[in-house]
Write a protein that binds this ligand. Structure first.
Ligand code: THU
Length: 131
């Protein structure tokens, strides 16, 4: 699926809003995500850390969970952090691939330039259970 540049920018703007809500007192690395669903709705997610560090949840998975509980399915996701072209971690790639291996992933450089990739490029041959 192609994402119009104006839509990609809107999604990044939503992700930046989500980043403001990040709870990241330990890493001090706030991350925001915004997921565009098939029905046009947008779901935000931020990272939510915990004193028991391993319980931290990433922004992307929190956005996906918000979409799933609302009955939505993902078409695209934008991810932003205080690092240029922040890409979803491996665990998030696998969880996102469960719902859409052709998900469009939008990232942003420090200069504000957007890059669009397809999840399949980031996680080729994702694990699936045989039907
Ligand atoms: N983090 C995300 O939210 N998404 C990613 O794709 C990479 C990492 C968060 C987890 C942790 O709260 C912080 O960034 C530093 O790893």
């Amino acid at each position: 699926m192609e994402l119009a540049p104006v839509v990609a920018q809107q999604l990044v703007n939503e992700a930046l809003k989500a980043q403001e809500r990040a709870y990241a007192p330990y890493s001090k690395f706030p991350v925001g995500a915004a997921l565009l669903a098939e029905d046009g709705r947008v779901f935000r997610g931020c990272n939510v850390e915990n004193a028991s560090f391993g319980l931290t949840t990433c922004a992307e998975r929190n956005a996906l969970a918000a979409a799933v509980v609302a009955g939505a399915r993902p078409l695209a996701i934008a991810v932003v952090g205080n690092q240029h072209d922040l890409l979803p971690c491996g665990a998030c790639r696998q969880v996102l691939a469960e719902f859409n291996p052709d998900l469009v992933v939008v990232t942003r450089s420090s200069a504000g330039v957007l890059t669009t990739r397809v999840l399949r490029q980031l996680l080729p041959e994702a694990f699936t259970l045989a039907p």
